[in-house]
Design a protein around this ligand. Structure first.
Ligand code: AMP
Ligand code: ZN
Length: 137
């Protein structure tokens, strides 16, 4: 996989070919504001090197993105007065991924904000849980 994908909008932001409101950079990552923010301060952290998704990104790149996301999450609490933070990654269209350059959403959370869990928590069938666990071991 080439480091740069000419058809990828996030690669173009890394290269400066498309505008991005960049808020953090290091050797391996950049972070910029999401143009459709879920809450105030919603940002995206990406590797500079193109990788399609969670399955394709190299471990060292993933580690760098995670550390950058931790740094930004802390900054959201410190600078924006957020009360918490969600880190979200979507891998595959079934999981809502729409841009196929790996990214972690850093979503500051505020007491009483309108975001809700995308599933309704409820007890699962114990046999089904055990079967899935066996398949995952
Ligand atoms: P996902 O649906 O998890 O793949 O997330 C893609 C995110 O990228 C969405 O939240 C979009 O709002 C955001 N996005 C798409 N294009 C841009 C852009 N040019 N600059 C900043 N954020 C973008
Ligand atoms: Zn890319």
């Amino acid at each position: 996989m080439a480091d740069f994908d000419p058809d990828c909008i996030f690669c173009k932001i890394v290269a400066g070919e498309l505008p991005g409101t960049i808020i953090d950079e290091d050797e391996r990552t950049i972070a910029f504001m999401d143009i459709n923010p879920a809450t105030r301060g919603h940002a995206l952290v990406i590797p500079r090197k193109h990788a399609r998704d969670l399955l394709e990104i190299e471990p060292e790149e993933l580690q760098a993105v995670a550390v950058a996301a931790q740094r930004l999450g802390a900054r959201a609490l410190d600078r924006l007065g957020a009360d918490g933070v969600n880190l979200i990654n979507s891998c595959g269209t079934a999981a809502w991924q729409t841009v196929f350059h790996f990214h972690v959403h850093v979503i500051p959370r505020y007491e009483g904000d309108p975001l809700r869990l995308p599933w309704v928590p409820g007890p699962g069938d114990p046999d089904e849980i055990a079967t899935a666990a066996a398949a995952l071991r």
